[in-house]
Design a protein around this ligand. Structure first.
Ligand SMILES: Cc1cc2nc3c(=O)[nH]c(=O)nc-3n(C[C@H](O)[C@H](O)[C@H](O)COP(=O)(O)OP(=O)(O)OC[C@H]3O[C@@H](n4cnc5c(N)ncnc54)[C@H](O)[C@@H]3O)c2cc1C
Length: 528
């Protein structure tokens, strides 16, 4: 049976919208199904990093980001006496062409993404439709939908691929029968979002209060907003805590009261540290919270989900154009699971610093940590991992995130991705050396572009020149998700890099484990 669309994306949260936009932007037909009719209203993410900003730029909302965010340059962790335990300093300008830390209000971002989705001719949005089953066979994938109205009409949609971006309680994940790797680290917190009537300076602006009497998070919630999170102590019930009266009681010591602030919302939630052990079965994929959930202390849950979207989008786009390369999709799990797991480990370690409600344990922590931060000093931010396997080639920086800087090309100036466009990029520190003609033609046929800094493009601000000098290379082969396939230190290595990439794609054609195989058809009930 032919597919109705290229890809069905289940769930129009930030990850589903981003994936739909990245695919729709390449002319792939996408059906985005969402059970709710409006963006999810509960308070959630308040921070995203510069890599996420670059992905949002690729989704076409780069121009909106300054209005949706306020940047942060410090993130401080203090004990009950106010002594700094950790002080992360983030450069205002990150390496991806955006501020390193961006504070925002998730519903505002989601509303902007949804508006963009509605503008995209290749995306059809079906709101009020709940997916209740998925599966795949040799010809494609399918999803069973039920209208969220009193008639509850059911229908089946076929697609080449289905992606479950349906959040932490994912129906798609359940239908696939995928297990979790669970770190067993979880705590209940009360989240409170506030709008102050008068602007106020918070110093430090983003703070974790590691006080065992009440571990508390006090951060920006985006322009004009503040976020407080209060840990539920042993013996307390989150249900009882999750009330307007307790929110105001907890806010009182911060001089936040009903006469000077608006309580936007309060919500209790339990964070988890876990990830699905498989992120695809046959032609059905998982992304975002459906695939992984993290403690919030590194501000990385949504960021990881958008990385999933960026990783999967270019692979699906490639394979939809060249079905014979379907084994490329196997690299999604290989690349994304270890990366997301490493980020969850970082967030868990940070969580272990603050989620200490016992006085003695907190004193032991303080004794071991206080010397880490000399007065006025800072702690290096935990490094974000690169890719440790998957679609990687030769060169010292393979698997690392590349950089984005401002460039000039012809009459156009701006951020690299806006000027050059999305896709594979061979970025050179000077004129292009001799590369095999057939390799270059093939590279261009998969949407690759060659950009020679100082020759056809101007490295405004010197971002690329500095990066090449720092790593002692002359070329970087950047994947469409901004990670480096490989680097070259000499002109000969540049030619070899393109040859290696082409050979890599050729290998996929002979791989025995393409996801197009009829390895599974799942059913979890229902069916039409
Ligand atoms: C208190 C808190 C603080 C956080 N702070 C940060 C932070 O600072 N930085 C950060 O990066 N992340 C943070 N996060 C995590 C972030 O909010 C999530 O990772 C992000 O929302 C996940 O996006 P998603 O699109 O994967 O899932 P969701 O946002 O959950 O979206 C899933 C969508 O799928 C829909 N859906 C579900 N089931 C179905 C179905 N069967 N059929 C159709 N549609 C369906 C839902 O209605 C929803 O719209 C925080 C989370 C919390 C709770």
């Amino acid at each position: 049976m032919p597919a109705d669309v290229d890809v069905v994306v289940v769930g129009a949260g930030p990850v589903g919208c981003a994936l739909a936009l990245l695919l729709g932007g390449h002319g792939r037909s996408v059906l985005l199904v969402e059970r709710h009719s409006a963006p999810y209203p509960l308070p959630r993410a308040v921070h995203f990093d510069d890599e996420t900003a670059r992905i949002l730029q690729a989704c076409g909302i780069g121009a909106d980001l300054p209005g949706l965010t306020e940047s942060a340059t410090t993130y401080e962790w203090r004990n009950a006496e106010g002594v700094p335990l950790l002080r992360f300093e983030m450069p205002l300008q990150g390496r991806q062409g955006w501020p390193s830390a961006n504070m925002f209000n998730q519903p505002d971002l989601e509303a902007r993404l949804l508006a963009k989705v509605q503008d995209c001719a290749d995306i059809t949005l079906w709101s009020g439709q709940s997916a209740f089953d998925v599966g795949s066979d040799v010809d494609g994938a399918w999803v069973e939908l039920e209208a969220c109205d009193c008639r509850g009409e059911r229908r089946r949609v076929r697609a080449a691929y289905v992606v479950g971006c349906d959040g932490a309680n994912s129906t798609v994940r359940d239908a696939l029968g995928v297990e979790f790797e669970d770190r067993g680290f979880f705590f209940d917190w009360l989240v409170v979002d506030v709008r102050l009537q008068e602007p106020r300076v918070f110093d430090p602006p983003n703070l974790q209060v590691c006080d065992p009497a009440r571990p508390t998070t006090v951060v920006s919630g985006g322009p004009g907003r503040r976020r407080w999170e209060f840990m539920c102590l042993p013996g307390e019930s989150l249900d009882a805590l999750d009330a307007e009266t307790s929110a105001w009681t907890f806010l009182e010591p911060w001089d936040v009261r009903p006469d000077n602030a608006e309580l936007v919302r309060h919500a209790g939630y339990r964070f988890r540290a876990r990830w699905a052990t498989r992120w695809h079965v046959g032609r059905v994929f998982l992304a975002g919270d459906a695939a992984h959930q993290t403690p919030p202390f590194a501000g990385q849950g949504m960021c990881a989900g958008l990385r999933d979207a960026a990783n999967l989008a270019w692979k699906l786009d490639h394979v939809l154009g060249r079905p014979e390369d379907a084994a490329l999709l196997e690299t999604y799990d290989l690349e994304r699971i270890p990366h997301a797991a490493a980020v969850i480990e970082v967030a868990t370690e940070l969580g272990k610093v603050i989620c200490i409600p016992e006085t003695e344990a907190a004193a032991a922590r303080d004794a071991s940590m206080a010397p880490l931060v000399p007065s006025g000093g800072s702690t290096p931010a935990p490094p974000m991992p690169g890719l440790s396997g998957g679609m990687l080639g030769p060169g010292s920086q393979a698997g690392e995130l590349f950089v984005q800087g401002p460039i000039g090309l012809g009459d156009t100036e701006g951020r690299f991705d806006d000027v050059v466009g999305a896709g594979w990029h061979l970025v050179m520190a000077g004129a292009t050396p001799q590369v095999a003609e057939e390799d270059e033609a093939w590279f261009r046929s998969v949407g690759g572009r060659i950009v020679a800094m100082g020759a056809d493009a101007e490295d405004l601000g010197g971002c690329y020149g500095r990066w090449f000098a720092e790593h002692q290379v002359v070329a970087a082969l950047e994947r469409p998700d901004f990670y480096l396939y490989g680097t070259a230190a000499t002109g000969e290595e540049v030619a070899a890099l393109l040859t290696a990439l082409r050979a890599h794609f050729e290998q996929f054609r002979t791989s025995p484990s393409a996801p197009s195989e009829p390895d599974l058809t799942t059913t979890s009930g229902g069916g039409s």
